[in-house]
Ligand binder design. Sequence first.
Ligand SMILES: Cc1ncc(COP(=O)(O)O)c(C=O)c1O
Length: 424
Amino acid sequence: MAKKSGAAHLRKTEPLIPYEWPGSYFLGKEELAAAASVLKARSPFRFYGPDLQGYADRLEKAYCERLGRKHALAVNSGTSALSLAVAALSIGPGDEVLLPGYFWVSCVAAVVRAGAIPRLVDVDDTFCIDPADLERKIDGHTRAVLMVHMSGAPGAIDKVSEICRNHKLPLIEDCAQANGASFHGKPAGSFGDLAIFSFQLNKNITAGEGGLVVCDDENLYRRAWACHDLGYTRNPQGRLDTSSLQLWGQGSRYSELLAAVVFTQLKKLDKITAAMRKAKYQLRAKLEGIPGLSFRRILDPKGDSGPFLLLIWKDRETCLRMVERTRAAGVQTGSLGMNNVPMTDWGLHIYYNNLSLVEKRSLSAAGRPWTDPLNAFAANYEYKKGTLPVLDGLIDRSSLLSIPPTLSAKAIDKIAAEFHRAAG
Ligand SMILES: Cc1ncc(COP(=O)(O)O)c(C=O)c1O
């Protein structure tokens, strides 16, 4: 319980954290001009129109160059990108995909909607997949591994890649929260057989919506392409080509208008992540020494894209007390923001907060994929709290701060001072 004496400084003040959505703060006249050029050309559809501006093509080319990839495909969301990666790998009933329990609901939905079984892997203190638990859980049904680079920074992607290589398992990297991050100099998104990105509002760069799939393999690319656009590829005139690949597709094409915005924002990505990283590590240094506080382990701080600081407290009671006191002292983003929260409140990022997963809900009356005879091997898999003891323990006593690229030195000092005061 919080001590009564602590209440003296629980005063209401102005929010100390100005802004929460990194990319959106940098939406400026350049993005406006790019979007306007698409509208002026009356060509918001990427494949044909009166005067195509080619922004989706340019965005894909820019990502290929950044990541050293052969192929990139712009799509309408990170959620679609995940489904397309799963479809490209022909994953379905009878298959299981290993993924961590700290994720976003889209990660698990992509697997379930494909008719396959998600199997949860515990994390280590990087808050990403624990390579040892991954190795333990690989079995004859495992068809792929989904590594999610959570909260801005890659986990042990070197070890996870090696394990996948040794077991000849495809690796998908989810870089939605780690656009612009790297691991010892190699960009996040350049390790897996496939990788995905998101340009939704909370992300390091944004157009409000958008996503990207990258890969090197021509066949995976063609499948992802066809699946994103009705099941077919396109001919040079931008019309559906029914003479080539024929699959079942989604309606996941990216709009030229949004591609224009993201292509323009991409030029600012390194500036945005550098600003967040700097602010994050300045704040972290000032919080060192608070009794009972440690931090998420970041394997390569130089490659951290910086949008979140995860604080691990000595126990849950301390965590809740510190969040309550510092929020009351202004360490928050205001009424619209989700900031400085206990991680148990971090919604659908935590596996046991996803009721559809815990209760094995289905879209079909027949209860697939859970009831599919091909998935009988997974009958005993569980998803309720307690399934991943390391993650459960960390989430129970950790809190999360989002770090905007605009956090001033003065605000950093003030936030640190409030944490020290609250701990006192
Ligand atoms: C880890 C992760 N994967 C995937 C997604 C899905 O991206 P989108 O919102 O663009 O569908 C998100 C978005 O929040 C995410 O955080």
